[in-house]
Design a protein around this ligand. Sequence first.
Ligand code: OFO
Length: 173
Amino acid sequence: MNARVEAALNEQVLKESSSSQYYLAMASWAENQGLNGTAQFLYGQSDEERFHMLKLVRFINERGGKAIIPFIEQPPVEFNNLESVFESLLSHEIAVTESINNLVDICLQEKDYTTHNFVQWYVAEQLEEEAQARTILDKLKLIGGDKGGMYMFDRDLENSAITPNMASPSPAK
Ligand code: OFO
């Protein structure tokens, strides 16, 4: 596999692993605040990011490269409030989108059209995740400090919690 593409894919493995740990820290914080629906949603997001990481690991190895399992820095333990959690989540997703776009660029420069095709799945995923984070933030701004609104918000997030297909991290799916 092209060495530059392989390095960029491994860089993305690190980003997806960091996302997973970051959202896990947010989920744990939310659970300790009694926001069980939000916690469930964030645990699901964390699982999904791990799935993204696994999909990259499998792809790198199947294409003859060597996936590197990275060391992850400890994410924060405390967050100010729910709004700051989702603001951090959105800016994190925006940074990941930039990194995916950079990966697309490298694939084109190196004429690696197979990896370019594989990475399109991540391009679509980022679009969806950024939109979702923006919708959640808009809702939180509308609710403001209203306790009843917050209760409904937490319950709604529980209903939209994500359950990824962990059985199949195949790069083809
Ligand atoms: Fe991996 O999808 Fe966002 O970060």
